[in-house]
Design a protein around this ligand. Structure first.
Ligand SMILES: NC(=O)c1ccc[n+]([C@@H]2O[C@H](COP(=O)([O-])OP(=O)(O)OC[C@H]3O[C@@H](n4cnc5c(N)ncnc54)[C@H](OP(=O)(O)O)[C@@H]3O)[C@@H](O)[C@H]2O)c1
Length: 278
């Protein structure tokens, strides 16, 4: 892996996992274009990293935002695209507003697909003289392989992203673009509400630090693996769910009362907050 020849566009760089990935890549000598929507947070992150990096303020869910991202990526001849930006969802389907459904699918699935399509020619052109490889990494989730109650739209978006990535890996295997799917399990970042974190605790779910997740991504790229599921036993559950989903059904049915307790609690907290504000 020729890290120092890489110029990487990292979406969602200001988030918990994004910041940790940015730091790990900067320490390897990668030049970064750090994308997010908050300029001061991006600048603060850039200032904290070793090396020279650029910041890029844009919303991946708008045509204008994606056009801006593509202009900057092309100008800087990126050789690595990490589609990391994403949003969470923690609600029963019946309580989920249609706008949330659309926003979640746009941010987690449609935007990475459209960015990837627009930037493929740039990745294919990059580093041609040095004959170095280009990289496309899509950040999925364990919930891109295991359907989980209370996160149906998030699961739909990440299942979709996993399918897109696998198809593209098989489509581009004879090109210079290495395609990788990276799937963390629960990680301590602000994508998880307090209720989601409390539920993880009650269910005994493992929660990783963003730094350990970033290190797992570095290892995946160094080994050239097309897929990486972070953490045991989650990576085993992913396999069991693929082969024998009824076994995982049974295990998760038992957890449903606990999951619903936290989803209802979230609803109560929101309701109380709304009442207090009105
Ligand atoms: N944390 C977990 O438990 C976990 C587990 C598995 C997978 N993942 C995946 O890991 C990735 C990173 O998540 P995280 O935990 O680091 O979440 P996070 O801390 O909430 O960060 C999310 C990042 O995405 C950016 N973003 C969201 N919507 C955007 C939009 N419309 N346009 C541009 N940027 C946008 C945010 O930018 P702003 O600063 O502008 O809001 C932020 O930088 C996501 O794809 C997530 O699904 C997370």
């Amino acid at each position: 892996m020729q890290w120092q020849q890489q110029t990487c566009l990292l979406t969602g760089a200001t988030g918990g996992i994004g910041q940790a990935i940015a730091k790990a890549l900067a320490n390897k000598g990668v030049r970064l274009i750090l994308q997010g929507r908050n300029e001061s947070r991006l600048q603060k992150l850039s200032d904290s990293l070793s090396g020279e990096h650029k910041i890029l303020v844009a919303d991946i869910t708008t045509t204008q935002g994606r056009e801006k991202i593509c202009r900057v990526a092309e100008l800087n001849a990126i050789s690595m695209l990490i589609n990391n930006a994403g949003v969470g969802q923690f609600s029963l389907l019946e309580d989920t507003e249609q706008a949330v459904i659309v926003d979640t699918l746009e941010a987690n699935l449609l935007a990475p697909i459209l960015l990837t399509q627009a930037l493929l020619p740039v990745l294919q052109k990059a580093n041609q003289q040095q004959a170095a490889q280009s990289y496309l990494v899509n950040v999925g989730s364990a919930f891109g392989s295991i359907g989980f109650a209370g996160q149906s739209i998030y699961c739909a978006s990440k299942f979709g992203l996993r399918g897109f990535t696998e198809a593209l890996y098989r489509e581009l295997v004879d090109t210079n673009v290495h395609v990788a799917y990276f799937a963390p399990r629960a990680t301590a970042t602000s994508i998880n509400s307090d209720q989601a974190m409390a539920m993880n605790k009650a269910l005994g779910n493992n929660v990783d630090s963003p730094e350990s997740v970033a290190n797992a991504l570095i290892r995946q790229l160094e080994k050239g693996h097309a897929r990486q599921f972070v953490g045991f036993p989650e990576k085993l559950f992913v396999k069991i769910n693929g082969a024998f989903p009824h076994l995982v059904d049974k295990a998760l049915f038992k957890k449903l009362p606990i999951i619903k307790r936290f989803l209802r609690h979230e609803k109560d907290v929101e309701h109380t907050a709304q009442e207090a504000l009105s």
